[in-house]
Design a protein around this ligand. Structure first.
Ligand code: LM2
Ligand code: CA
Length: 474
């Protein structure tokens, strides 16, 4: 279940974190399909407990499998999936199979009105009773398999996926989503479930819905959240045969490199030589909704120049199943998504240039990022060649005869005549501008009959990248 079922030449997923279904449907039609995005990872779709202040993480505390959250109800969801599939954009759902909610003072109420008594492990809206959960215990030793898989992750009531009733509920939930046309799932906290139990569940979900354009016998794409920094007792190797796995080492290493804590020339061997999973098993990202909130090497939207460079490298280098993060702005970890006085999530608004304005960051609408999604589509199927570096933090490479990219992360200018591998002509740099009605709004680069061109990226330029591709020829 490694095939993402992308449409056409598209190959990048965007995580529209906390977006409403109706807004995602509009975004598929107005922006994602025209810009060549392949799919959307959506926030959890099933009912969650309501937590005071509405932190984003309340959605990781399920109370039932009814499709009703602050993002919308089942009708909204079904309509979104239909509209996105109609324009060739796939939907992947973040699914919580490991647990239900954590303890709650008194009776918990869900976003769909369901009630539960989490401390008694009573979730009548499913229904689940205490018999459906592992006995309570805390995870104190992250190298103890029993604790990691059968105790409670941050106190969340831990479902027993070996139990028949639980399996039946989980499979029915996934089947329901497939019936509505989704292409696959992000499996939350996969490491906290036995791989054998997950295999049983994945094996027993139905084929994708042919009414939504999927071929016969197509299996759901699965990408599993397994945080494995190496030397873990429960490792990514237990899960990568079942589906793709989130490659956290990619996120940490790319952040480190573009923060200037590793030299870019070393990126020549980027990929499995760095200890990453095989490309087709690795779900890759610069940051995700969790690690963008942690301090450390991981980059996020708050360091825009470095973030855009890392994202350009992510999308230009032929490695991994790429996911772009699209955030809302936050000052503290628990902050709620943009919402009104009645705690309804508000829709993103856009300025004349298409950037989001009202609390949503929308990295996926940054020109430097969506144009690299276009780059990745344009060079699809080509290999990497003609790596060049200055022995330090200036690097460049070609993608077949379809694309060329250069980076300058030194504090002095890059000024070089480099092989671009492109046919002779004038190309528009898609980072500093874009080709619009036959004209180039940014830097124009002239490639000679031997593929050479003069490339310049000043140390103080707004962006430290220059990218050319076949579809941006003037
Ligand atoms: C994940 N991947 O495996 C998600 O990516 C991550 O965002 C989830 O944690 C986690 N697993 C569980 O689904 C988030 C958040 C936690 C939050 C939980 C549950 O990072 O902080 O925990 O969701 O909402 C919160 C409180 C925590 C409390 C817990 C239970 O922060 O202090 O623990 O709820 O009440 C007593
Ligand atoms: Ca578990």
């Amino acid at each position: 279940q490694h095939n993402p079922h992308w449409w056409g030449n598209r190959n990048t997923i965007v995580h529209l974190f906390e977006w409403k279904w109706s807004d995602i449907a509009n975004e598929c039609e107005n922006f994602l399909a025209p810009q060549g995005y392949a799919g959307v990872q959506v926030s959890p779709v099933n009912e969650n407990i309501i937590s005071a202040g509405r932190p984003w993480w309340e959605r990781y505390q399920p109370i039932s499998y009814k499709l009703i959250t602050r993002s919308g109800n089942e009708l909204d969801f079904a309509s979104m999936v239909r509209r996105c599939n109609d324009v060739g954009v796939r939907i992947y759902v973040d699914v919580l199979l490991n647990h239900m909610s954590g303890d709650f003072e008194g009776t918990a109420v869900g976003t769909g009105g369901s009630v539960a008594e989490p401390s008694k492990k009573s979730f009548p809206a499913v229904p689940y009773t205490a018999a459906d959960f592992h006995p309570s215990c805390d995870i104190t030793d992250w190298n103890d398999r029993f604790q990691v898989q059968q105790c409670e992750l941050v106190g969340l009531k831990d479902l027993d996926q070996g139990n028949n009733w639980v399996r039946t509920q989980l499979i029915a939930f996934l089947d329901h989503l497939i019936q509505l046309g989704v292409a696959g799932f992000r499996v939350d906290a996969a490491k906290h479930m036995a791989a054998s139990d997950l295999k049983f569940i994945y094996d027993n979900v139905r084929d994708l819905n042919t009414d939504h354009g999927f071929p016969n016998n197509a299996r759901a794409f699965i990408f599993q959240e397994v945080i494995d920094h190496g030397h873990e007792t429960v490792s990514r190797e237990e899960y990568n045969q079942l589906g793709a796995v989130t490659e956290f080492r990619f996120s940490e290493e790319i952040g480190k490199a573009f923060r200037g804590h590793n030299t870019l020339k070393w990126l020549q061997s980027w990929g499995t030589a760095w200890g990453f999973l095989p490309s087709e098993q690795a779900l890759t990202f610069v940051d995700n909704h969790d690690n963008q909130r942690d301090s450390g090497e991981v980059l996020n939207y708050k360091s825009p120049k470095q973030y855009k460079m890392a994202t350009a490298f992510h999308l230009a280098y032929p490695y991994g199943i790429s996911r772009v993060m699209s955030s809302f702005g936050f000052d503290d970890r628990d902050q709620a998504p943009p919402q009104d006085a009645s705690e309804n999530i508000i829709s993103p608004q856009f300025d004349v240039e298409g950037a989001c304005t009202n609390g949503w960051i929308c990295e996926h609408r940054w020109r430097q990022i969506y144009n690299m999604v276009g780059f990745k589509n344009a060079v699809r199927g080509t290999g990497l060649s003609n790596w060049w570096d200055n022995g330090d933090n200036q690097v460049a490479f070609c993608r077949g005869s379809k694309g060329f990219i250069a980076f300058n992360n030194n504090n002095y200018d890059l000024n070089e005549t480099l092989q671009t591998c492109l046919p002779a002509g004038t190309y528009c740099d898609v980072i500093s501008g874009a080709k619009l009605n036959g004209a180039c709004a940014g830097k124009s680069v002239t490639v000679d009959g031997n593929g050479y061109a003069h490339i310049s990226i000043g140390a103080n330029e707004f962006d430290g990248v220059l990218a050319l591709h076949a579809d941006a020829k003037l």
